[in-house]
Design a protein around this ligand. Structure first.
Ligand SMILES: *Cc1c(COP(=O)(O)O)cnc(C)c1O
Length: 403
């Protein structure tokens, strides 16, 4: 058997493999050294055997690497692996989650186009749309994530894209992906889902009808808070446009970061299930505590969209929020009394993090916008990590005792 035949057979085996197998194996190409783990190709450029080969590579006549803003083997492996996990034809890696969202919009939209976006998206996404895309003549209307009629009413003949995150941060609201995909397609729009909070281990938006998935790899894909990166996956026709923009404008992923994310993906499902079970245990416990007014977590049976979450997700994820006492002072007392968890806005880390959204992640919103978004002054968000649940409960008890 030639090496090529072996590789083709291996590729066919992987194409049919389950998610855990793809997470560990997809996209790997061994070099002549025979390394078992994926190597990091820390090189900005590549050499050619001759002037003629250089010319053929530059013209695209011959496939192969030219320069790492265009292609890099480690980045390519990450792109193939994340695409394989999301069930996509093609993936493109980006320098950050924001670069993934920007590149998707710039590559697929033009001046005069309109976006309908959930009001409950990552704060910087809102700024990107309102301040920078607006400058280029791409306008955005914001709607309630969960109100079907608002989505329908906001669509105009200029609308080309619907954009959302589900579950939302920090209130754990759930969008019906299949329903919104149908609405998008009725109007010839693309549905773009930011799958950062669930990851493909828990939710597959493309299988539910979405056209494109964007990621901040910085969160759960890494899972250990080491690198900033992002990804866009979807159909080849769209991804080639996104890739063209990345290659030209330059928000490419570094090979080192791609390697960190590859290692993260290998344990993705194990981690997501552990984050989810810790979060569910903590949410259930918090709900029973006297000082806690309300817990927002779609895994709780009394969450208004619990059955929708259960139908489109394999588990409920690691992020929850809850309201304590009656004001900001109570929330700050709670946070300041913890001793184990980290006070930081980052999420999707093995280490549990705690933050006061109203004065940090959502601090740029006006009082009225915050109220509309349901971000109360006494709200606390926790990204539940992989520590022992008993120790996490004890730390939350320290917060409760300080109320
Ligand atoms: C963090 C985050 C982003 C932005 O990702 P970066 O990697 O920080 O650029 C986008 N969407 C969601 C849901 C996020 O949590």
């Amino acid at each position: 058997m030639t090496e090529q035949e072996y590789l083709a057979q291996r590729q066919a085996v992987l194409a049919e493999a389950e998610l855990d197998t793809r997470a560990v194996r997809a996209g790997q190409v061994r070099s002549a050294e025979g390394e078992h783990a994926e190597p990091i190709f820390m090189t900005s450029s590549y050499v050619f055997a001759s002037a003629a080969e250089a010319a053929a590579r530059f013209s695209g006549e011959q496939a192969g690497n030219v320069y790492s803003r265009y292609t890099n083997p480690t980045v390519r492996t990450f792109e193939e692996r994340i695409a394989a996990l999301e069930g996509a034809e093609m993936g493109v890696a980006t320098a950050s989650g924001m670069a993934a969202i920007l590149s998707t919009c710039i590559a697929l939209l033009q001046s005069g186009d309109h976006i309908v976006c959930s009001r409950s998206v990552f704060g910087t996404t809102t700024v990107l749309l309102n301040k920078y895309l607006a400058k280029l003549g791409i306008s955005t209307s914001f709607v309630s994530l969960t109100d079907e009629q608002q989505w329908r009413d906001a669509i105009t003949p200029q609308t080309k894209m619907l954009l959302l995150e589900t579950p939302s941060n920090p209130l754990s609201e759930i969008a019906d992906i299949r329903l919104l995909a149908d609405i998008a397609h009725e109007h010839d729009c693309l549905l773009v889902v930011d799958n950062c909070f669930c990851t493909p281990a828990l939710q597959l938006p493309l299988a539910l009808g979405a056209d494109i998935v964007v990621h901040s790899a910085t969160k759960y894909l890494d899972g250990q808070g080491r690198s900033v990166g992002g990804a866009v996956v979807g159909r080849r026709e769209h991804m080639n446009e996104v890739l063209g923009f990345i290659r030209t404008a330059g928000p490419s992923m570094s090979p080192f970061n791609a390697w960190v994310f590859l290692k993260g993906l290998e344990t993705l499902r194990l981690r997501m299930m552990a984050h989810s079970s810790n979060a569910l245990a903590l949410a259930t416990w918090l709900q029973e505590q006297a000082g806690v007014q309300k817990v927002h977590y779609s895994g709780l049976p009394d969450h208004p969209q619990h059955s929708l979450a259960a139908s489109q997700q394999k588990a409920f994820g690691g992020v929850l929020s809850f309201e304590v006492g009656s004001d900001k002072a109570a929330a700050w007392r709670f946070i300041d009394a913890t001793r184990l968890v980290s006070i930081t806005a980052n999420l999707g880390d093995a280490k549990t993090t705690i933050v006061h959204p109203a004065t940090t992640t959502h601090g740029r919103l006006s009082d009225e916008q915050r109220q509309q978004a349901g971000i109360k002054d006494n709200l606390i968000r926790v990204s539940v990590g992989l520590e022992d649940i008993e120790d996490l409960r004890k730390d939350m008890q320290r917060g409760l005792d300080a109320l």
